[in-house]
Design a protein around this ligand. Structure first.
Ligand SMILES: Cc1cc2nc3c(=O)[nH]c(=O)nc-3n(C[C@H](O)[C@H](O)[C@H](O)COP(=O)(O)OP(=O)(O)OC[C@H]3O[C@@H](n4cnc5c(N)ncnc54)[C@H](O)[C@@H]3O)c2cc1C
Length: 289
């Protein structure tokens, strides 16, 4: 009798599969539904239960996957001396340089930690940095710490600092241009210290300090990872869904929404908006409205 019952269940399942319904297997239970919305998020923020399960489910139902990288995340800088500038938050214009080529630029508040550069402008470049690192490219971030300063005004600062005043320390000489911790870090790059007197420093070195304030490079070797990321770049290609209903083109009856898809936005609420709008379209379509 048990065997007959089992056979009946199997036949029922197969019938459902033949009519095009979607089959999912959550922890030893098989659920068969006419319409399923897959919105399991990506890999960012694993503490919220996002482990990328949706990718495997979608792939098992005929979808492909654009490789994923963490996005809106800090960039890891291996330079040991970075701790000298840890805690600095300052305005900066940031350029992302991959294999010597400028691939992106952002402006905003830069944050420096002991191991990473962070803050909104860095976050917004992190997806590009992530894909470049994935391809094995050399990645650097260049920061201009006096963004938007008109050339004429900058030239006045340069002239003032180049003028001979041998009694000043370097800290006094450069006061007011950048955060004192950042100044120490910049001076350290050139083998100088803040307490040093101007008298022992060549004019060319003073010029170099000023140049670094307008373009300081940070070597980037990694991203801070999905634990620190706010969103996942990559995912199920948008071309594999109907944009009006979010229905899968690979598996009718399946709807996809949110971060699971290959779409990620910059900071500003765009990722939540994307997830909610897609969810609304998918929900309406799945409910047959
Ligand atoms: C720290 C942080 C800050 C953020 N800040 C912003 C912001 O300020 N503005 C903005 O626009 N966006 C922000 N985001 C991004 C935004 O929250 C996400 O892009 C958005 O929530 C994605 O929505 P979603 O529904 O696709 O996925 P999620 O909101 O991630 O929801 C997916 C859900 O599916 C569940 N799940 C996963 N796998 C399974 C499974 N196998 N079975 C059952 N359930 C499962 C997860 O537990 C989760 O509850 C932030 C993200 C993080 C991590």
């Amino acid at each position: 009798n048990r065997r007959k019952k089992e056979d009946r269940r199997k036949n029922e399942r197969n019938r459902n599969l033949q009519t095009g319904s979607v089959r999912a297997v959550p922890e030893h239970r098989i659920c068969i539904a006419d319409r399923v919305i897959l919105c399991t998020g990506g890999l960012a923020g694993p503490v919220f239960g996002c482990g990328g399960d949706g990718y495997a489910l979608a792939e098992s139902l005929g979808h492909s996957l654009v490789p994923t990288v963490p996005a809106l995340t800090p960039l890891i800088c291996p330079e040991k001396a970075l701790k000298m500038a840890a805690g600095v938050r300052c305005p900066a214009a940031i350029t992302l340089i991959c294999d010597g080529e400028e691939t992106g630029a952002e402006q905003g508040e830069l944050q420096i930690t002991e191991t990473a550069v962070s803050g909104i402008p860095v976050f917004q470049l992190s997806r590009l940095a992530g894909y470049a690192l994935r391809e094995g490219r050399e990645v650097r971030v260049r920061a201009d710490f006096l963004p938007g300063m008109p050339e004429e005004e900058w030239q006045k600062h340069v002239d003032l600092r180049l003028r001979d005043d041998r009694n000043q320390t370097l800290e006094q000489l450069f006061m007011g241009l950048v955060h004192p911790k950042l100044l120490r870090f910049i001076l350290n790059r050139l083998g100088l210290v803040s307490e040093q007197k101007r008298a022992g420093v060549k004019t060319e070195q003073i010029r170099q300090v000023l140049q670094l304030m307008r373009g300081l490079d940070f070597e980037i070797t990694d991203l801070a990872g999905y634990e620190k990321a706010q969103v996942t770049a990559g995912g199920i290609p948008l071309t594999e869904t109907d944009p009006d209903t979010m229905e899968s083109l690979a598996c009718p009856g399946l709807y996809l929404a949110g971060e699971l898809l290959d779409a990620d936005g910059i900071c500003g609420g765009y990722n939540l908006q994307w997830a909610m709008t897609g969810g609304l379209l998918a929900g309406r379509a799945a409910a047959g409205k």
